[in-house]
Design a protein around this ligand. Structure first.
Ligand code: URA
Length: 244
């Protein structure tokens, strides 16, 4: 028999544990318990952290932010030619409502730090052109870097082909003859690759190492983790974002 309020079933379904019917079956099969192992029935009062399914903690609650080290070749989309970044996450994550969506995009050929969240307002804030959230990349170039590149990128006058307005100043540090660490505060289409094209070079590989206050740390390629509440709060208050 299904309880009138169905809170547990709806909650499990929202976290991607299945349709309401499938979540009902999970509850009916007594697979849902409290931390202490006692059975949890629909209609019981519960907190996220108190629930276990098959003895395992629940997936992260709504409002989560995932930090993924995207490999080259994966697409930041729910529907495209695979492989998709979602293939790197548990299949359940793609069945959640609201959906966990990438915060901005990395090209298929770009690797590195990608945030994903089901918090639409946070996603919007982090990608808003007005917020100027800094994103740092390591670019490996086909030609030796012109020593004038940092000044050119910092000038605020660099134009991208086909665009009517100049880029905001970006910082560039020459790491070696063909390697540059570049920080941009916009998210224009293929921005970093086009910036180097604008100064007569070509990006051979591009790897994002930081976004806002977050870096990849030692997260291996293809791996992901859920940001802690403290890490998430850093994103929400925008403390390390530059400008308005
Ligand atoms: N700039 C690019 O050219 N590609 C990316 O994926 C991100 C920034």
């Amino acid at each position: 028999m299904i309880s009138l309020d169905m809170a547990l079933i709806k909650y499990l379904a929202s976290l991607g544990y299945g349709t309401r019917r499938e979540a009902t079956a999970i509850v009916s099969a007594r697979r849902v318990t409290r931390v202490d192992g006692t059975r949890l029935r629909d209609g019981d009062v519960f907190t996220h952290d108190d629930v276990r399914v098959d003895g395992e903690p629940l997936d992260p609650p709504a409002g989560c932010v995932i930090l993924l080290n995207k490999p080259v070749g994966y697409v930041c989309s729910t529907q495209d030619v695979p492989p998709l970044v979602y293939d790197l996450l548990p299949p359940r994550f793609t069945r959640r409502s609201p959906i966990i969506a990438p915060v901005g995009r990395l090209d298929r050929d770009t690797s590195g730090l990608l945030l994903l969240t089901d918090d639409g307002a946070l996603n919007h804030r982090l990608t808003s052109p007005r917020r100027h959230v800094p994103k740092t990349y390591r670019a490996l170039l086909a030609e030796d870097v012109d020593p004038g590149v940092p000044a050119s990128f910092a000038s605020g006058t660099l134009m991208l082909k086909g665009e009517p307005t100049p880029l905001l100043p970006a910082s560039a540090v020459i790491v070696s003859r063909r390697e540059v660490e570049i920080t941009v505060v916009e998210g224009r289409y293929h921005q970093v690759r086009r910036m180097f094209a604008a100064v007569g070079n070509h990006v051979q590989s591009l790897h994002r190492i930081a976004m806002g206050p977050h870096t990849l740390g030692s997260l291996p390629t293809g791996a992901w983790r859920v940001l802690t509440d403290e890490e998430r709060a850093l994103l929400a208050d925008g403390s390390s974002a530059q400008g308005g």
